[in-house]
Design a protein around this ligand. Sequence first.
Ligand SMILES: Nc1ncnc2c1ncn2[C@@H]1O[C@H](COP(=O)(O)OP(=O)(O)OP(=O)(O)O)[C@@H](O)[C@H]1O
Length: 204
Amino acid sequence: MKISSERLGKRFRREWIFRNVELTLQSGTSYTFVGPNGSGKSTLLQTLIGVLPLSEGTIQYTLHGKPVESDEWFRHVVMASPYLELIEELTLLELLTFHQSFKPFKENRTPEQLCELMYLSHARHKEIKAFSSGMKQRVKLALAFYSEAAVVILDEPTSNLDKQGVAWYRERVLQLSDQLLLIGSNQPEEYDFCPNVIDISQWK
Ligand SMILES: Nc1ncnc2c1ncn2[C@@H]1O[C@H](COP(=O)(O)OP(=O)(O)OP(=O)(O)O)[C@@H](O)[C@H]1O
């Protein structure tokens, strides 16, 4: 997968968050967007995957040399972020089964296996609304790590995680090798392995 942007800009009302963003993002490597609070990291990530409409410029997805229509981008993307909610009324197993029906897990893993991989087997019959914030974050990250998708987006990936959770994140994220990984972060421990660190302030 390749995502490229030309003269990409986003504004909310009269405030430009970024302008003239020129990017070429390729599978098989990772890119981290850094910048102070409010600089636009989350906005850029959401614009790049089509969750937020752009205000100017263009974005192109190319898969195996062919352009992908913008209304199909979502099929190729998984995203974990503190502001995207899980379905609170479902149990963990129900949530994973539902998710799997539209995005299968890598290597045909089952929902039960995924519970083990996120160290939450004991909570598999619990409703998500009864999960702690750290448990929810583990679920979001596991969905991102183990779903079949060409593009993986992790915004503030270790928010709410304890030390063990951070170690788990670091171990798992290093195993994403053939996908396109995009991270939004201000915590070096979330991205110190990443070869492409991009300061978003340059586009203000
Ligand atoms: N829906 C919205 N309406 C108006 N302004 C918004 C909206 N969403 C974000 N903004 C503004 O866009 C700017 C960038 O916000 P964004 O959340 O992308 O920053 P960030 O770099 O991810 O910040 P943080 O490090 O705090 O997570 C901020 O000034 C914010 O107030």
